[in-house]
Each structure stands twice: as structure tokens, then as C-alpha cells.
Design a protein around this ligand. Structure first.
Ligand SMILES: *[C@@H]1O[C@H](CO)[C@@H](O)[C@H](O)[C@H]1NC(C)=O
Ligand SMILES: *[C@@H]1O[C@H](CO)[C@@H](O)[C@H](O)[C@H]1NC(C)=O
Ligand SMILES: *[C@@H]1O[C@H](CO)[C@@H](O)[C@H](O)[C@H]1NC(C)=O
Length: 888
């Protein structure tokens, strides 16, 4: 049976406890000869495994280390793990000679008493403390008897946040000795499919890792494995120390064909939103920079360097200004100025000359910056559709002017009035970070620490890049009323390119069949509403079939996000509100077994009621940027029977409601040809279509099948264009371009214009009341090879188009008449021929039918009189008159 002395153990997260340099062992002088290679002070760590399972950004990591005491007396065994600051520990167990001591989550106060008791009895404490920029260190030690084995198992979970286009997971690798079985195994499952996956070790180049590192991904799954042999771990061929010491980083991203993705399991849902291809919203940026005496030397030099680099990235549509503060305030310009090349040149000269002196008047610096932005808006100096941000950098606390932190916060809050975010960058450690963080959170922004190091200017630039490209403003995610409970944050001031909005919640009715979410936001040019609709049962089934890596992860993801947001809100709350937030966060932490700042983990001896220990506080930073929200709008088929269209091969169908009949014709032209479909010189609208052919081009033009593969709609008066292909939809407003995919369900509105894409089905383009077009996407089986997707074009409403409208379809928008007579069996006896008099021509026509795909992919049959020879006699002129050189 175990001879280990009861492990003296407290897992404590003690904030600010700067315990450094843990002694590895009290016994430094040990005979080495009887010990296996790599053992340090008699302790052989023979196995270390890090297993990570990531499902839909939610990472579940287990670190297991096994060791044996080969010394002749009891030894202290240490277990260190560096985990991300944003992670929550969820479990810790200790197994000594086969006996497992499980960890239990307790409210911090309760745990603290046990912890104090343990400490007073001379027992050692486990600690979590800050360790570097992104990590914190969990350390625990136990006393293990000679010959005994010990296993440590730590589990932590976190939601990976998307930044600058990727998710990153850090694993600190630092075994301190050669380990016989060393292994990192990462499995990633992302229902959207992976678009890239990489793994890098900071301590060695990937070439040298050779067979030790494998990484692969395909479809929804990715895998990374790192298994260095003993020889591969050596710092040199004859060395017995380990070269494994540093960061092991896994980065990946998912496919972004669809702007949103919803997953529902067991009544919990998560909604990811990150649209691509939208133009950037112009920014009005005020940099408020501390130039007090303490910034002198390297800090101000790095700040200048960063600002110069940032100026290289500023876009011409942006507006900017610099406010410098020390004891007083200096402004570069009286007003915000546009980032023209001349102004940027001047700004660079200004930045190069920034010097330092004096005290720190944060209050006046910030208020000046905010006033500049408020005035620019009031005096219409900046574009209507633009977004404002304040970026403040300081390295110390306010010590002149208004220096009471609460008063400064109040002034800033009142001046900003919720209109734009404030980002506070704290340079170095010599400042009240909580003050900066609270103030930023009060103004929809966030705080970041800039570490005093050689890369400080890169850190500053990196932060700027995250906020440099807002794609949407005032984002709100909406779900049907009375369908959702316990929603996490669903409104965001901005969605920044490269980030992602994540909203989670619970379904009121678990048996719900269809789930719909709208994300609304203001883009650079138009208002957008993205709609995501999912069939709940179908999705659950698909997820089950694909074998989700761990079952209740969406519920845990929801709990993680909820706790994170409650804790964030709590930083900024007082009195009863704070108590309520605390109570809610505590309940959830206990229920879901998360070690948060409100809870601790206590490791207990199973047969003993004497609890032994507690856990940790988190240094409060590193909150990533969370983006804004998203949207979608449903589309209703306009009810009208009067419409013309072209679809299929291309078949033109002209409905003549007065006759309750229709006329049809084909245009047989070579792939590549562009045809004018609609042109109205009065409203400025044109629609053109380009023909594509099946890829297996038949030399016989009669047998060749052709379709419309590209459609271009242009409105010259609005300076608006849209190009549609079966792959994507591109919108131009003047020079600004937005790209959407057929996987989007989105409505874009602006000045009476509205474009609605209905995922994989169709697209409605409406120029106010009276002009509405529908484009239908035909997705075909790719077998036999050569078949291609194509488009159909339907004029749903044209009553506001002028009498001068022309084009292959446009000429039929005006009422016209025809007479059919002498109906008789045709040259093909299964069909009827007739004589048609139309536009003063006498034509032989054949009864046929075509399909109308407005409502669904199966189509409904429409009977029509077919006019032969490319519509000759029916259309004005000949069909080649409608051939034009280019889509626009
Ligand atoms: C903690 O880990 C131990 C060992 O793997 C396991 O038996 C136990 O069920 C875990 N506890 C929780 C709450 O997950
Ligand atoms: C706190 O919670 C109680 C009970 O749920 C509620 O009545 C009260 O209004 C809450 N107070 C605040 C400030 O949210
Ligand atoms: C198309 O027809 C098939 C077979 O009749 C049917 O199962 C399917 O539901 C139809 N699709 C639509 C969209 O109506």
C-alpha cells in the first residue's frame, strides 16, 4: 500500500503572490549512478502526455505526468503546467501508488479556510501565478516516499478566440528532463471544415523535429502529434538534458464560405459569425499618447516606431489626429484630418518629433481626444458611415490635473456617452491596470498590456491591426422571441475583420425543429442582415454521425462564455448588482466545475474528510477582442403573375397575362457571348448575361448545351453594380466592393435598394418598389463530368421601368399583342404547330413547355408557343443585335 506521506497539497491561485524560483528539491547532492538517465534528484518523470481535443473552438486539454521516486528517501515531486490565462482549470487529480485523490470545486471562501489550515499545518501549497504574457503557471508539489509512483492529471478548458484570421493554442513545453514517453496529441473537429492547420515549436525548427512532429487536416478533422524520442529530446547527441523548452503553438482556421455557423446539441446552441468580403468601414481614430517623463528612453522610441508603422497602414478613407499628454495637452491638428498622402507625410514628421517631459494628465488627454471626435461628428467633417475609436497609451497613473481614478472614469464615460469604444493600452507594469481596464470596459472597449520588451512596438502594431478593419458597426444578433433562454452577449459595437462573434444560449423548446438567427449590422456602404436557418433534427443527426469528440461541449462552451462575461461585467459593477453577478458566476462555476476567481479546487483524500487544499486567481488581462453581431432577413416571394424570365438552355419565356399564355424562344450562341437582357436609359438600369457551355463542348452547335453563367446588373444613377456567378456575388458601390457567397443568407439594404441572398437558392434584387429581379441558382450534379452550375434570371416586377426599356427581355415589359391561328399537328407529330401574328410578322410556332424555377428547384411547368430561329420575327431586329462586348 502507499507509503507516501499524505500529499501536502494546496492548489491555490493567489493573485499577486510573486513566488518565484520554486526549489526543485531540497536534496541537491544525489548519487547518480543507480538512477536511470534523465532522473533529476532521484525523481524520474517517465511519461508526460498532453491531450487536446478541440471541438468548435472549445478546447479540452488534459496534462498527465507520471513519475517515480528512485531515491532512497522521500522526495518532493513538483508538477508545473503553464496554461492560458483565458483557460479555466476544471479538474485535477493526484494518484499515488494507485490511490486517486480527486479535486473538488469549492467556493473560494470555503476553500480558503481549508487552505489556511493546511498552510498553518506546514503543508505545501499549489499555486497558480502569472507566467509570461499569455500564460499562467499552475504549480503543485507532493512528498513521495522512496520507490513510490505518482501521477498528476490536470484538465483545463478554454474557448479559442479568433484574432487576425486564426485561432491559436499555446502549450508550454518544459519537461526539465528527458522523458521516455513524451507526447502531445491534438485532435480538432470543426463542423465548418478546416482551412488551415499549423504547429510550430519555438525551441526547434520544424525540419529538425523530423518524424517527431506530424500534422494533417482534411475536411472537418485536424490532427497534430508531437512525439520526440529520447534521442530527439537531447540538447546535443551526448547530452542528458532536454532541448524541449518553450512554446508549442497550434494555429488553425475554419472555412469561411458561409458567414455564420450554428450548432445545436442537447438543447444548447452556439452561433459563430464572421462574414468575409465586406468593405472596411472608414475609421476616425484619435491616438491619445502619454509623453510624461517616465516614457523617456526606449518606451517613447518604441511608441514612435509603432505609430510610424501604423501610419503606413492607415487607409485614405480614414481620419485621424494625435493628442499628446503630459502635464498639459498638445494636439497635432485642431480637427480630425483625412489620411491623405500629404497629411500622412505631415503626421510622420510630427510623430518623429514626439518628445517627453513632465507629469501624467490622463484626464485632460482623454477628454481632448474625445472632444475632437465628438466635434468631427457634429460638424460633419467625417463620413456619415464611419466609425470612431480612441486608442490611449499610458505607462503610469494620473498624477496631475484630475487624478482621482473614479472621477476620470466618470468624465470619460460622460464625454463618450456610449458612442464609440475606448481602447486603453497599459505600457509596462508600473501602472494601475485595473483602472485602465474598468474605464475601457465602461466604454465598450478593452484594455491590453504592452509588455516592456524589445518587441513592444510590434505589440502596439499588432493591437492596431486587430481594430484596423471594422467591417460592421452596431451589430445585433436576434433570435425569434420566446425561443431562446440564457443568451450570452448579442450586441457588439464592431465586428473587426479577422475576429469572430460567438453567441451561445439555450433553446426554450428542446424539440424545436427549425432554428433561425438574424445578424443585423451597418456595413461601410449598406445595412446588412444575415440570416441563418438550420434544421435542428437534421443537424443533431449529422453531428452524431460524425462522432463529436466530447458530448456536452456546447453546454460547457455556453457556461464558459457566460461565466467569462459575468466576471467581466462584475469588474464594472457595484452594490447589489455586483452581488447578483457574483452569485450567478459562482453558481455556474460550481455547477460546471470551473476554477474561476470565485472558486478553488480542493484535493481530498478519498477515505478522509480532511480537505487539503485550494486553487487560484487570474491576473485580469488578455481579454481578446470580441466582434459585433450579425444578421439576416427572410424573403417573401412577391405575388405577381406578370413576369418574364430566362432560364435553362437559355430559354426565354415571355408571359402574356392578358392572354393567359406565354411565348418562348432560345438563343443559341457560343459560350463567352454576352447578351443584353434589359436596358432602360431612363432609370439607368441594365442587365446583361454571359453564356457558358457544358465543359464537354460538343463541336455540333445543335447538341451543345448552354446556360447563363454570369449576370451583371448595373444601376448607373446609383453607381451600383452586382455581378452574379454560381460561385459568388460581388457588389460594387462606386469603387467599394463587397463579396458574398451562395452559402450566405443575407439582406443588404441601402437607399431603397435591397439585395437578399437566400442560401444556395436564389437572390432577390430590388430597386425600390416596382423593379424586382430574381436570380435562381441551379446546382447540378457534377456527374457526368462537365456539367456546370448556372443561373436563371426572372423579372418579378418591372412596372416602374420606362417605356424605353429594351433588351431581349426588356422589350417585352410593355404590353404587346399576338394572335395564334391554324393550330395543327407539326413536323414532329407529337407536337402542335400554329401560325402566330406578332409585331406584324407571320411566324410558324410550336407548342412546347418550359420550367419555372422561381419557387423551388424542381420547377413548375409553363406551356408556351416556341418561336424558332433564335426568336426571329418576335424580337426586334436579330438576336446578334443584342450581343455586347462585356458584362458591364
Ligand atoms: C476528474 O478526473 C478524474 C481522473 O481522470 C476523473 O475520474 C473524474 O471523473 C474527473 N472529474 C470530473 C468532474 O470531471
Ligand atoms: C438582484 O437579484 C434579485 C433577485 O433575483 C433581484 O430582485 C434584484 O433586482 C437584482 N438586483 C440587481 C441590481 O440586479
Ligand atoms: C422535388 O421533387 C422531389 C421528387 O418528387 C421531392 O422529393 C422534393 O421534395 C421536391 N423538392 C422541392 C424543393 O419541392
Amino acid at each position: 500500500m502507499a507509503t507516501a506521506r499524505w500529499p501536502c497539497l494546496v492548489l491555490a491561485l493567489l493573485s499577486g503572490l510573486a513566488a518565484s524560483g520554486f526549489p526543485r528539491s531540497p536534496y541537491r547532492l544525489l548519487e547518480k549512478r543507480s538512477l536511470p538517465e534523465g532522473a533529476v534528484n532521484g525523481i524520474e518523470v517517465y511519461s508526460t502526455k498532453i491531450t487536446c481535443k478541440v471541438t468548435s473552438r472549445f478546447a479540452h486539454n488534459v496534462v498527465t505526468t507520471r513519475a517515480v521516486n528512485r531515491a532512497e528517501n522521500a522526495q518532493e515531486v513538483f508538477f508545473d503546467v503553464d496554461l492560458p490565462k483565458t483557460a479555466f482549470i476544471t479538474n485535477f487529480t493526484l494518484t499515488i501508488d494507485g490511490v486517486t485523490y480527486p479535486g473538488n470545486i469549492k467556493e473560494k471562501e470555503v476553500a480558503k479556510k481549508q487552505y489556511e489550515k493546511a498552510v498553518s499545518q506546514g503543508k505545501t501549497a499549489g499555486l497558480v501565478k502569472a507566467s509570461g504574457r499569455k500564460l499562467e503557471k499552475f504549480t503543485v508539489s507532493v512528498n513521495v516516499a522512496a520507490g513510490s509512483k505518482v501521477t498528476f492529471e490536470l484538465t483545463y478548458e478554454e474557448l479559442l478566440k479568433r484574432r487576425q484570421g486564426k485561432y491559436e493554442m499555446y502549450l508550454k513545453v518544459q519537461p526539465k528532463q528527458l522523458v521516455r514517453d513524451f507526447e502531445i496529441e491534438v485532435d480538432i473537429f470543426e463542423p465548418q471544415g478546416l482551412s488551415m492547420l499549423d504547429a510550430q515549436a519555438s525551441f526547434i525548427t520544424n525540419d529538425l523535429l523530423g518524424s517527431a512532429l506530424t500534422k494533417s487536416f482534411s475536411g472537418k478533422k485536424g490532427h497534430v502529434s508531437f512525439k520526440p524520442s529520447l534521442d530527439q529530446q537531447r540538447s546535443c547527441p551526448t547530452c542528458t538534458d532536454s532541448l524541449l523548452n518553450g512554446d508549442f503553438t497550434i494555429t488553425y482556421d475554419v472555412n469561411r464560405e458561409s458567414p455564420a455557423n450554428v450548432q445545436i446539441v442537447n438543447g444548447y446552441f452556439v452561433h459563430f459569425f464572421a462574414p468575409q468580403g465586406l468593405p472596411v468601414v472608414p475609421k476616425n481614430v484619435v491616438f491619445v499618447i502619454d509623453i510624461s517623463g517616465s516614457m523617456s528612453g526606449r518606451k517613447i522610441q518604441q511608441t514612435r516606431e509603432a505609430l510610424l508603422k501604423i501610419l503606413d497602414d492607415v487607409k485614405e478613407d480614414d481620419y485621424l489626429n494625435f493628442i499628446l499628454f503630459s502635464g498639459g495637452v498638445t494636439t497635432w491638428k485642431d480637427h480630425l484630418v483625412q489620411a491623405t498622402p500629404e497629411n500622412l507625410q505631415e503626421a510622420r514628421a510630427f510623430v518623429r518629433k514626439i518628445g517627453v517631459d513632465g507629469m501624467t494628465n490622463i484626464n485632460d488627454g482623454l477628454l481632448t481626444g474625445i472632444t475632437v471626435l465628438n466635434e468631427a461628428r457634429k460638424e460633419h467633417r467625417v463620413p456619415e458611415r464611419s466609425t470612431s475609436i480612441v486608442i490611449m497609451l499610458t505607462d503610469g497613473d494620473a498624477n496631475t490635473g484630475e487624478s482621482r481614478p473614479e472621477k476620470i472614469q466618470e468624465n470619460v464615460r460622460n464625454a463618450i456617452g456610449g458612442k464609440f469604444p475606448l481602447y486603453n493600452l497599459g505600457f509596462g507594469n508600473n501602472l494601475n491596470y485595473n483602472f485602465l481596464e474598468t474605464m475601457a470596459l465602461q466604454n465598450h472597449g478593452l484594455a491590453r498590456r504592452i509588455y516592456e520588451d524589445s518587441d513592444a512596438s510590434l505589440q502596439l502594431q499588432g493591437f492596431y491591426e486587430e481594430v484596423a478593419n471594422p467591417l460592421l458597426m452596431d451589430v445585433e444578433v436576434q433570435y425569434p422571441e420566446n425561443a431562446i433562454l440564457d443568451l450570452t452577449q448579442n450586441t457588439y459595437q464592431h465586428f473587426y475583420d479577422g475576429s469572430e462573434i460567438v453567441v451561445a444560449g439555450r433553446l426554450l423548446d428542446e424539440e424545436m425543429n427549425s432554428f433561425k438567427a438574424d445578424v443585423k449590422g451597418q456595413g461601410a456602404i449598406n445595412d446588412l442582415t444575415f440570416t441563418e436557418e438550420v434544421d435542428v433534427k437534421e443537424m443533431e443527426k449529422a453531428l452524431q454521425e460524425q462522432g463529436y469528440i466530447f458530448g456536452d461541449f456546447i453546454e460547457r462552451l455556453w457556461a464558459y462564455l457566460t461565466i467569462e462575461q459575468l466576471l467581466e461585467k462584475r469588474k464594472n459593477a457595484h452594490g447589489e448588482e455586483k452581488e447578483n453577478l457574483t452569485a450567478q458566476a459562482l453558481d455556474l462555476s460550481l455547477k460546471y466545475h470551473f476554477v474561476t476567481p470565485l472558486t478553488s479546487m480542493v484535493v481530498t483524500k478519498p477515505e478522509d474528510n480532511e480537505d487539503q487544499a485550494a486553487i487560484a486567481d487570474k491576473p485580469g488581462e488578455g481579454t481578446p477582442l470580441t466582434p459585433s453581431r450579425s444578421w439576416m432577413v427572410g424573403y417573401q416571394h412577391p405575388q405577381t403573375s406578370h413576369y418574364n424570365y430566362v432560364d435553362g438552355d437559355p430559354h426565354f419565356i415571355i408571359r402574356v397575362p392578358e392572354k393567359e399564355d406565354a411565348i418562348c424562344f432560345n438563343i443559341d450562341e457560343a459560350p463567352g457571348t454576352v447578351l443584353r437582357l434589359v436596358q432602360d436609359p431612363v432609370t439607368g438600369l441594365t442587365v446583361n448575361g454571359q453564356i457558358i457551355g457544358d465543359k464537354t463542348a460538343s463541336p455540333d452547335s445543335k447538341a451543345r448545351r448552354t446556360y447563363f453563367g454570369r449576370l451583371g446588373i448595373a444601376h448607373t444613377h446609383l453607381d451600383f453594380r452586382v455581378e452574379v456567378t454560381p460561385e459568388k456575388i460581388t457588389l460594387w458601390n462606386g469603387a467599394a466592393q463587397s463579396i458574398f457567397s451562395w452559402l450566405d443568407t443575407v439582406t443588404i439594404t441601402q437607399d431603397g435598394l435591397s439585395v437578399t441572398i437566400n442560401r444556395k437558392k436564389n437572390m432577390l434584387v430590388s430597386f425600390g418598389e416596382g423593379v424586382t429581379f430574381l436570380i435562381v441558382l441551379h446546382q447540378v450534379w457534377k456527374q457526368p463530368p462537365g456539367h456546370q452550375d448556372f443561373l436563371g434570371f426572372y423579372v418579378v416586377d418591372s412596372h416602374r421601368m420606362s417605356a424605353q426599356t429594351h433588351g431581349l427581355l426588356g422589350q417585352f415589359f410593355h404590353p404587346f399583342d399576338f394572335e395564334v391561328s391554324d393550330i395543327r399537328p407539326g413536323s414532329d407529330p407529337s407536337k402542335l404547330d400554329a401560325t402566330m401574328v406578332v409585331k406584324s410578322h407571320r411566324l410558324v410556332v410550336t407548342r412546347g413547355s418550359q420550367k419555372d424555377y422561381r419557387k423551388d428547384a424542381n420547377g413548375t411547368k409553363v406551356v408556351c408557343w416556341f418561336v424558332h430561329n433564335n426568336g426571329e420575327g418576335l424580337i426586334d431586329g436579330v438576336h446578334t443585335d443584342y450581343i455586347i462586348p462585356a458584362l458591364f
